[in-house]
Design a protein around this ligand. Structure first.
Ligand SMILES: [Zn+2]
Ligand SMILES: [Zn+2]
Length: 146
């Protein structure tokens, strides 16, 4: 039996995607922009090579917002669910907000590539979950480094 690619999508279901490879890294980002974009204490971004993320439905229903120079956050125009982030400087890679995977599926990244980043920007009342913590971005991981 063929193994199915993990799939995910937005809250209303108009935008659907499939992952053709495991995430290289997952960064749980506590920065103020991710907190505001997601309305949550942190957002979990899985890093993929762009061709490994296949948008199956709703590509035209995505809106992009440039939250800082060259950083584009893409979300469903109908329900506002954030799904992707791209960085102009690194056009071959894409972040998927992997909590949007169906059934809460694991994005496939190795355990040592799971990290909490920008912890120095976390909300004052947040108690960090256990794991690898970095005050900003780890020097040897993340976008453009894999
Ligand atoms: Zn939607
Ligand atoms: Zn962030």
């Amino acid at each position: 039996m063929e193994k199915q690619n993990p799939s995910g999508g937005c809250l209303c279901g108009k935008v659907r995607y499939q992952l053709l490879a495991p995430a290289k890294v997952v960064e749980h980002c506590h920065c103020s922009q991710c907190r505001r974009a997601h309305g949550a204490l942190y957002a979990s971004g899985g890093l993929f090579n762009t061709p490994d993320v296949k948008i199956m439905a709703g590509k035209n229903n995505l809106t992009r917002y440039e939250s800082s120079a060259g950083n584009w956050r893409e979300f469903c125009t109908t329900c506002g669910c954030h799904l992707f982030m791209t960085v102009d400087q690194f056009p071959d890679e894409i972040y998927v907000w992997v909590a949007s995977l169906d059934e809460g599926a694991h994005p496939g990244h190795p355990a040592d590539k799971d990290m909490h980043v920008f912890t120095d920007s976390k909300a004052a009342w947040e108690t960090l979950p256990p794991g690898n913590h970095f005050e900003t971005l780890p020097p040897d991981s993340g976008i453009g480094k894999n």
